[in-house]
Every structure is written in structure tokens, then in C-alpha cells.
Design a protein around this ligand. Structure first.
Ligand SMILES: Cc1cc2nc3c(=O)[nH]c(=O)nc-3n(C[C@H](O)[C@H](O)[C@H](O)COP(=O)(O)OP(=O)(O)OC[C@H]3O[C@@H](n4cnc5c(N)ncnc54)[C@H](O)[C@@H]3O)c2cc1C
Length: 363
């Protein structure tokens, strides 16, 4: 069978993963990115990259949990298939609250049970102060925590770099600083060239607004801090009546602190208020963070659809994948598997019925 020619628009999370999987399957892939491919301008780079189906289902739908659990199975295998595996941590995550806010933890567990029923019982465990100290010494001042032992996280900066390197090693063609001005069935039009493909895959995230009527960006702000005074082995979510915060350990004694969630498409730098709230919550988590150095701040837009669920629109010669919202790393493996199976005419991937719409009117 002749090699399929695939054009992929958007070099963020979905675009890179889809390019890599399709190249591995023997396709001829061309990837277009509006900005730099070295430093991805998409949400993919700003993300904390937690893979947390339990924490996320608490405020979303059961589908997010089911697809996320499937993603948790795929990530380790995919990591081993990369030219150089990246740091993928499977040490679970912790949810903590100070004693006066203990009801927040109880409520979190109740919501978890509500969404996933008995499956939840096996997925989390209550820890007392001694047990917390055994796994996270620097959180030993908390009296109670929920331990979500199946959750994971990965080094997304390393992943994005490695995917680009693998795409090139597998013979993929890439164009950076090349925004597509038209993305349609079999066609990608850039400012000065027209390309034709067997299939076009639209992975522009918020950039797909001209063609997907309900795409919106949801602003998220994060802080990066560095300190040797605190050590964490796993992501920690801190429940507080005023603000919710997560802290995810990153290489070189760094931590990413996030994230605000604001219904705005403003990409200007982090506000003083958000910085204060994230910093205050971090200090309340452990005062030893006080001398941490703020090494960076970042802002990006989560590509989201009306229902905050993922969707693939499919018509002849074109797939538009979008709506990964705050769940990109969680859902990407199952979304990409669906794209790849569709492009290769393989049997449908497990969640294609729930997330794929064939021949929508506006495709
Ligand atoms: C603060 C924050 C924290 C997050 N934390 C997590 C987390 O812990 N776990 C998790 O699972 N998810 C998280 N996410 C969500 C995750 O980052 C997104 O869901 C994911 O990146 C979406 O992937 P995407 O490929 O659809 O879009 P993106 O990653 O945004 O990529 C879209 C790409 O398309 C390019 N593009 C746009 N228009 C064009 C055009 N016309 N031509 C060519 N290229 C174009 C853009 O430049 C961009 O590179 C977080 C997001 C944010 C903002």
C-alpha cells in the first residue's frame, strides 16, 4: 500500500504526538507550527503535566476518568518507545488540607466516590500523620491526607523536545514560524504555499477558532520556584477554602505551582493577584518555601470546548481534534490513538464513539 501523506497543523501536544505515532506507523508526515518548535508556544509547554484521572474527575465527567485511566496505561509503553525515555513518575499524588479545613478533604473523597463509585475505594487511601511523614517528610505537619496512588506525572519539556527529535529522526518534515491560514479537507494553505495531503489533522488548539465554532481559551497562570529547602516526590494538591493549588516537583529542585483558571483569552503576564494567591498558598503548604526563588512565571490558554470535553470532528480528508482543556496529558494518548486508528483505517479505538463526530455540518 502506498505511504499515506499526512499534514498536521499545530506543533503542541496533540500535533507532536500524532506526528510521532503516524511516522512510526509508516506515514509520510509534515508538521506545521505557527511559532517555534524548539520552545513550544502552546499550552503543552506551560502545563504541569500531571496525569491525574482521580483528581480531575472530581470536577468533571466520568469520561475524563475512563479515558485518563486508559492514558495511564499507554504512557509508560509510549515512553519506552521514544528515542530516549523521559522522566515519567508513577508515585501517585497527595491531597492535603490543614486540620481546620479537613472538611475539604472529606468532600473531595465524597465527590470521587460519587463519580466513580466503588472503583474509587481501591484507588485512594487515607493517610495519617505518620504515614504522610513516611512518604513526604516535608509534609509531616499535616494530620490527614488522601493518597491517590495510581496517578502519575511526566517531564513535559523533555517530552516535547524528545518528540521533536524523534519526528526528525523518523523522517518527518517540519515547518516552524509557518502559520496555516487555511486548514481544510486534504489542504493546508500557509502564507505563501499550498500543500495537498491524503489526510489533514488540525491540532491548532485555541488557534482553530476560525473553524471550530465553540473553541475558547481558558487562561492559566503558573509560577516556577526553585529551592533545596523542600523536597517532594510527587504532585501535591492543597485544599484551601480560598484557593486550590498544586505543586509538582520538576528537575533541578524546581517546582511548578499552579494554576489559576480564568475565563479569559488574555495572554498578558501573570497578575499580581494571581502571583500573591499562588505564593500565599505555597507558603501555607510549607513555610520553608519562603526563601524559594521564583525562576519563571508562565501564562497560556487551555483549548476548551463548550462542554469542556475532547472532540474529534471527522470529514473526508480532515480531522479536527480539540477541547483537551485542563486534561491534555491525561487524555492525549486515547485521543491520539483514536486519530491514528481513523487515519490508518484500523478498528476504532476504545473511546472513538464518545469523542468522534463524523461529517459535522461545519467540518
Ligand atoms: C497552566 C496550565 C496547566 C496545565 N496542566 C495540565 C496538567 O497538569 N495535566 C494535563 O493533562 N493537562 C494540563 N494542561 C492542559 C494541556 O496543556 C492542554 O490540554 C494541551 O496542551 C492541549 O494540547 P493541544 O495540542 O490541543 O494544544 P496546544 O498544546 O496549545 O498546541 C497547539 C499548537 O498549535 C499551534 N498553532 C495555533 N494556530 C496555528 C496555526 N494557524 N498554524 C500552525 N500552528 C498553529 C500553537 O502555536 C500551538 O503550538 C494545562 C494547561 C495549562 C495552560
Amino acid at each position: 500500500m502506498p505511504m499515506k501523506k499526512i499534514g498536521i497543523v499545530g506543533g503542541g501536544l496533540l500535533g507532536r504526538l500524532s506526528s510521532w505515532r503516524l511516522l512510526r506507523a509508516g506515514c509520510d508526515v509534515t508538521l506545521f507550527e505557527a511559532g517555534s518548535l524548539q520552545v513550544c508556544p502552546g499550552a503543552a509547554r506551560t502545563a504541569a503535566a500531571m496525569i491525574s484521572p482521580l483528581s480531575e474527575v472530581v470536577d468533571s465527567e466520568r469520561l475524563i476518568y475512563d479515558m485518563g485511566m486508559a492514558g495511564l496505561k499507554l504512557w509508560p509503553a509510549w515512553n519506552q518507545q521514544l528515542g530516549q525515555p523521559i522522566t515519567y513518575s508513577e508515585q501517585g499524588s497527595l491531597v492535603v488540607a490543614h486540620t481546620q479545613d479537613a472538611s475539604q478533604l472529606t468532600q473531595f473523597a465524597a465527590k470521587l466516590r460519587h463519580h466513580i463509585g466503588d472503583a474509587g475505594d481501591a484507588s485512594y487511601q487515607w493517610l495519617d500523620q505518620k504515614q504522610i511523614a513516611e512518604i513526604e517528610r516535608d509534609l509531616s505537619h499535616f494530620h490527614r491526607a488522601l493518597y491517590l496512588h495510581t496517578e502519575a506525572c511526566l517531564d513535559n519539556h523533555a517530552l516535547l523536545d524528545q518528540l521533536l527529535s524523534d519526528i526528525h529522526a523518523l523522517g518527518g518534515h517540519t515547518f516552524e514560524y509557518t502559520p496555516a491560514v487555511e486548514v481544510s479537507s486534504h489542504k493546508v494553505q500557509t502564507e505563501d504555499q499550498r500543500f495537498t495531503f491524503d489526510e489533514v489533522i488540525d491540532c491548532r488548539g485555541v488557534g482553530a477558532k476560525p473553524d471550530i465554532h465553540d473553541v475558547r481559551g481558558v487562561r492559566g497562570e503558573v509560577l516556577w520556584v526553585q529551592t533545596r529547602e523542600v523536597q517532594l516526590q510527587r504532585p501535591v494538591r492543597f485544599m484551601h477554602p480560598r484557593y486550590k493549588l498544586y505543586v509538582v516537583p520538576k528537575p533541578n529542585h524546581q517546582f511548578i505551582i499552579g494554576a489559576t483558571e480564568i475565563e479569559s483569552e488574555d495572554l498578558s503576564p501573570i497578575s499580581l493577584r494571581s502571583n500573591l494567591e499562588l505564593s500565599s498558598a505555597l507558603y501555607a503548604l510549607n513555610p520553608a518555601f519562603a526563601e524559594a526563588r521564583i525562576t519563571a512565571t508562565d501564562v497560556n490558554l487551555r483549548p476548551s470546548l463548550m462542554d469542556n470535553l475532547p472532540r474529534i470532528e471527522r470529514c473526508k480528508g480532515l480531522l479536527r481534534a480539540n477541547g483537551l482543556y485542563r486534561h491534555g496529558y491525561l487524555l492525549a494518548p486515547t485521543v491520539v490513538e483514536t486519530i491514528v486508528n481513523e487515519v490508518l483505517d484500523n478498528a476504532s479505538a476504545p473511546y472513538s464513539e464518545q469523542i468522534m463526530i463524523k461529517e459535522p455540518a461545519l467540518c
